[in-house]
Design a protein around this ligand. Sequence first.
Ligand code: 4NP
Length: 157
Amino acid sequence: MKPVGILFVCLGNICRSPLAEGIMRDIAKRRSHAASISVDSAGIGGWHVGAPPDRRSIAVAKAHGIDLTGLRGRKIAAADFTAFDLILCMDKSNLRDLRLLAPAATAHKVHLFQTFAAGRDEDVPDPYYEPAEAFEALYQTLEAGCSSLLARFERSS
Ligand code: 4NP
């Protein structure tokens, strides 16, 4: 069966969404769903296209056994709205931007990550100007959300 394609989106594609991508891939692998879920990430903005994730995201991922060093920033493209089954964004500002970008036929794919994963109407706030210590809390938020997301897939498959 074709894997479910999930695209995580944030503003810059260097802090939150690459970390979510790495965490989701790791959880899917550990729970033997690697073949049924395909994960990627992208940014609303293009400032960090081609750049590796922020060193603070790389460091917190590494501390939890996840390697993000091979990831590179990219900007969301029109083709993503057809290529992916789910487009999960980190905050309501991303959601507004994605709703403007999404062709009408694909609008149903776009959701706030925490709402879709766990029924929580909450942002994963932009950590860019936060100290490095804030990234552990970011990791925990994303890990909890990705676990809920996987549990949702397990219930529906
Ligand atoms: P992200 O964080 O959206 O979680 O990747 C940001 C990274 C860079 C910028 C903003 C947010 N920036 O303005 O460059």
